[in-house]
Ligand binder design. Sequence first.
Ligand code: SF4
Length: 170
Amino acid sequence: MPIHLNDLDVISEVGGLSSALIVPCYICPAVTVAAREKKPFIQLFKHFLKSAPYEKYIKALQSRLKEHGVKTEVFKSIPYHHWFMCMWTSGKRKKLRKRVEDYDAAIVLGCDSANETVRDAVKSTDCKVIEGMFVSGIMNAEMKFYWPGNISFENCKIVPISNQDLRDGV
Ligand code: SF4
């Protein structure tokens, strides 16, 4: 099951900035938002492969940032194999590297690995990386299919990630 994430306070990080590129991972954060809102993750015949709760979440974030004087765009990932930010192709990473040059900040919606992908992309730019979410555990949930093409995650529990150092006796 995907990683479960919680929101971080992005607004407190954007003081003095006027533009930001929102860089969303489309797997764990999308499942997290759908599960916490108890809404379908995917409704194939309504939104095809877009997760409506996550799209709404991103739009709400954009509105809040706009109220604070920050213009935003979303770095989209349409093909399925680009949904996982931890496994982006080199082409996709290069594309991000080019896009971030035009923004004051990149707001990452994803786990530490997603943050790493973006940190790597902004290396030689002045773009600030803002973490929009943090890992709060691993999801344990029942995947349910409802006709005609809805996928939901129900009875969701958050399982803490065990500490590797402690297990190794360090
Ligand atoms: S980058 Fe992180 S949040 Fe995104 S799919 Fe990979 S593990 Fe999940």
